[in-house]
Design a binder for this molecule. Structure first.
Ligand code: KG4
Ligand code: ZN
Length: 353
């Protein structure tokens, strides 16, 4: 069963071909970072135009790397929200045109659901090298190989989705069955990272830059209050206060500032995730979304999980930030249930999980 998935919800134009729900035959991501950099954030109008330029070459490259033709596909999947409407529209138009002309089903996927399913994809680095393959340097150009077993998918688990647009604590009970436990009341975590980086003139996107800088600083140099950590706030989050606190400090070593900001954010996220797991009596937790690429968050959650006897799932790094392989993975389970979309599928900017 082969699925082509398209993802254009934000500023990455992505396409992927997935076989049997877990084998990534190809995953192509064209980043628009260089076009948005000078503005310190995403300019929606620029994003739509760049998607239009990139979409066809990206789809062609995904098929080529997978060694497949359009006729080999069994379905076409696409992100239809949440995201920027103008960006979503480009992916939707391409997916609809393909589904219609190939006479194959169209599958609409929620971007956040896609992020959760990134946990069920295999890291490329874990896959055995094909005979004759000299190194991993050309990995992205090498098509299919058999994945190592990651133990399948079992429910329930609690997933913390942390991205540029969302901070959400979700209890996943089964495929397509979610209960939202908490969310941010203001800035998303990734947004706070990006805004702090913009204020400090560090560049865009800020998350990976602050992550690197923090490695050279003292995480306990500055004490920030963990936002809304009191139990009375439930599982909701708030990150605009700490963002403002960072921007009010002066005369501090920038590495210490980055490390202290990151440590407070990471501890707050992990505390709530672990508390939710214990409150709900669920022994498995997962991370998803662009900020799940954060080295401190990954490392500290792993350590806390070991200490507290919880199973921790982390998405492979290459599928943490926006990509289409995760959209294909979520779509596979919809395909199995024949949950197809009509050809008039519309983009929904604030689609909920
Ligand atoms: O999921 P994603 O690729 O796009 C959205 O759906 O928003 O997430 C992008 C966000 C950005 O805010 C970026 O700064 C953040 O993820 N991010 C990170 C790291 N890598 C990406 N934040 C912290 N540490 C990282 N290593
Ligand atoms: Zn995302």
């Amino acid at each position: 069963m082969k699925l082509l998935a398209i993802e254009t919800s934000c500023d990455e134009t992505a396409a992927a071909v997935l076989e049997d729900g877990k084998k990534v035959l190809s995953s192509v991501v064209a980043s628009q970072n260089e076009f948005h950099k000078k503005y310190g954030g995403i300019v929606p109008e620029v994003a739509s135009r760049k998607h239009i330029e990139a979409i066809n070459p990206v789809i062609a490259e995904a098929l080529e790397k997978a060694g497949k033709k359009f006729k080999d596909l069994d379905a076409v999947a696409v992100t239809y929200g949440p995201g920027l409407v103008g960006s979503l529209l480009v992916g939707l138009c391409a997916a609809k045109a393909l589904a219609w002309s190939l006479k194959k089903p169209l599958i609409g996927v929620n971007h956040l659901e896609g992020h959760i399913y990134s946990n069920f994809l295999y890291p490329l680095s874990s896959l055995p090298l094909n005979k004759g393959e000299m190194s991993r340097a050309n990995l992205s150009r090498v098509p299919s190989r058999e994945p190592r077993d990651r133990g399948g998918i079992s429910f329930p688990f609690i997933c913390l989705i942390v991205s540029g647009g969302h901070t959400l604590l979700v209890l996943m009970k089964d495929h397509g069955k979610y209960e939202t436990l908490g969310r941010t009341r203001d800035d998303a975590v990734g947004e706070a990272y990006d805004k702090v980086a913009r204020f400090l003139n560090l560049g865009y996107p800020g998350g990976p830059i602050i992550d690197e800088l923090a490695k050279k600083g003292d995480p306990h140099a500055i004490t920030f209050k963990k936002p809304m950590i009191e139990e009375s706030f439930g599982y909701d989050f708030s990150f605009s206060g700490i963002k403002t606190a960072v921007t009010r400090l002066s005369g501090v070593k920038i590495e210490d500032l980055a490390a202290s900001f990151q440590q407070t954010v990471v501890e707050t996220l992990i505390d709530k995730l672990i508390r939710a797991a214990f409150d709900k009596g669920i022994g498995r937790v997962a991370l998803a979304g662009g900020v799940s690429a954060n080295s401190a968050l990954r490392q500290q959650l792993k350590e806390r999980g070991e200490k507290d006897g919880l199973e921790v799932m982390l998405p492979p790094l290459e599928y943490s930030t926006d990509n289409a392989a995760m959209i294909a993975c979520a779509a596979y389970y919809k395909f199995k249930k024949k949950q197809f979309a009509a050809l008039d599928l519309k983009p929904i900017a604030s689609l909920k999980i």
